[in-house]
Design a protein around this ligand. Structure first.
Ligand code: FE
Length: 347
């Protein structure tokens, strides 16, 4: 991990100097701590540089981002945090490494449901937690999350670990809509419908449908785009072909979505540039560039998803504020344990 990080820093001399005693105060710079891979955000940063002249330095981390900023304290070179999932965004706020930002420009482009009520985090794009259904073996073209607990599908459903942040977000939304008791019963029903113990990542669930192990799975929408276009592992294109995307609850409250977002770092040494970058990232144009890179949905009114993403079908996002999901995550995690979700079906 340390080796990887110093290699990343070596490739970025200005940033490396920023990590020495004094933070980078040079004009024309901004430092991003990112859980998103640099190549995914580079097109955006190029567009930002072209528009403002400000160079963005990216430090990519795959874990410990918040802990790192906390340890760096007041000397942290971090200006902007980019990450995915409400759990991580709220986690950054809870750890005290973010600062609130009141920006009319941002608020105009990011609907309130995707923003922290205290303005510590902002969702720039969304991903649906959808149902992958066998295109050969599953006749229905619509579904609800509630239905996934119906005994008619015993042994037909595959999911990843119930404690994974993506599932916790969905389960937290169920608590927000139905309360804890009903959600616990639902989770117990879903568990009994599993074809096997929860296992693998979202793409592995599509693979399991391809392999005939299950007919239904829960997965994030963007993985369908990633599988469809995967030239490095073309077998994933076959997994994508084996499934159709169903957007749960399209007929009522809408499909649960989670966010990819940003936050201002508490001790941002280049705060002015950080705000410029965040306002840029919130702009409809930047949202569309980013959304296209990562197969997600821009949140700005009027901004549209890429052709590939539109190809999955129409999404109607649940309007539940992400802050409500953040509030219910802990309880969701407790319910997962209480029903023994990760033990798989009883028989
Ligand atoms: Fe993911």
């Amino acid at each position: 991990m340390i080796k990887k990080l110093s290699a990343a820093l070596a490739g970025c001399t200005m940033f490396a100097s920023a990590l020495a005693a004094t933070p980078a105060l040079a004009e024309g710079e901004v430092n991003i701590y990112s859980y998103r891979q640099p190549e995914l955000i580079q097109p955006l940063l190029d567009a930002f540089k072209a528009e403002t002249g400000i160079s963005a330095n990216v430090i990519f981390l795959n874990k410990g981002l918040v802990e790192r900023i906390a340890t760096e304290g007041e000397n942290s070179p971090a200006d902007v945090i980019l990450t995915v999932d409400i759990g991580r965004l709220q986690g950054a706020e809870d750890a005290g490494v973010t600062a609130p930002l009141e920006s009319e420009a941002i608020n105009a482009n990011i609907p309130a449901q995707y923003r922290d009520p205290d303005n510590n985090w902002f969702g720039v794009t969304t991903r649906g937690r959808v149902v992958y259904a066998s295109s050969e073996r599953f006749a229905q073209d619509a579904i609800t999350y509630e239905e996934l607990a119906d005994p008619k599908w015993k042994g037909k459903i595959c999911t990843r670990d119930g404690q994974h942040a993506y599932n916790i977000g969905l389960f937290a939304s169920m608590i927000a809509h139905h309360g804890a008791q009903e959600t616990e019963a639902w989770l117990a029903g879903l568990k009994e419908n599993l074809a096997r113990k929860p296992n693998g990542n979202d793409r592995a669930q599509a693979k399991a449908i391809f392999a005939g192990e299950c007919d239904l799975a829960i997965g994030n929408s963007y993985y369908v785009g990633l599988m469809q276009t995967n030239e490095k592992e073309p077998e994933q294109k076959e997994w994508a072909k084996a499934i159709k995307v169903l957007f749960p609850n399209s007929q009522d409250r809408g499909t649960h979505v989670n966010i990819s977002g940003m936050a201002l770092a508490k001790h941002a040494p280049n705060k002015e540039n950080a705000v410029k970058l965040m306002e840029f990232l919130a702009s409809p144009k930047a949202q569309e560039i980013y959304a296209e890179q990562v197969f997600e949905y821009p949140v700005a009114p009027g901004a549209s998803a890429s052709e590939i993403v539109k190809g999955f079908g129409e999404i109607k996002p649940d309007t539940l504020p992400l802050a409500k999901i953040a509030e219910n995550r802990k309880l969701a995690s407790e319910l997962v344990d209480r029903v023994g979700y990760n033990n798989g079906p009883t028989n």
